[in-house]
Design a protein around this ligand. Sequence first.
Ligand SMILES: Cc1cc2nc3c(=O)[nH]c(=O)nc-3n(C[C@H](O)[C@H](O)[C@H](O)COP(=O)(O)O)c2cc1C
Length: 135
Amino acid sequence: MPKPKDLIELSYLSEAVLDMSFLGLMRLLESARAFNQDHGITGILFYDNQQFGQIIEGERANIMKCWKRIQEDKRHHRVELLEIREITERSYPEWLLRFYGGESLVKDYPVLEKMVGGMDKHSLNLLNKMRAAQT
Ligand SMILES: Cc1cc2nc3c(=O)[nH]c(=O)nc-3n(C[C@H](O)[C@H](O)[C@H](O)COP(=O)(O)O)c2cc1C
């Protein structure tokens, strides 16, 4: 991927209006990934205990378009922006939207455990923020 000049990373937390089913999450990912692919966006999405956490990275204008879509989505609320920051390189260059379902989801759908990789430091940091927000 060529290095765009104005690369930013945006992270937020939100709460699902209803607990998402496996199918519901897959539908969401499908639509999100299609948009991300067309707009050079990569990132990661967490879902655990009805809480979402997401990091998206890409060119500023595209990230702002994506952020608008995310905020308008009625499947979640209490959308809380954590940070927008300039970056020089991507943390998830290989992922249109990597998905990590936390323990609660894996418990209900053990098959997911095979689909999600180990977590890197950056992701773990976000997950810890999600957990802190729940208490
Ligand atoms: C938790 C969550 C994460 C989302 N992540 C993305 C994303 O990374 N990229 C994107 O374009 N849209 C994202 N969306 C928005 C939806 O994918 C999309 O706007 C919605 O499904 C409408 O899609 P449609 O245009 O196919 O109807 C997200 C929505 C939610 C609730």
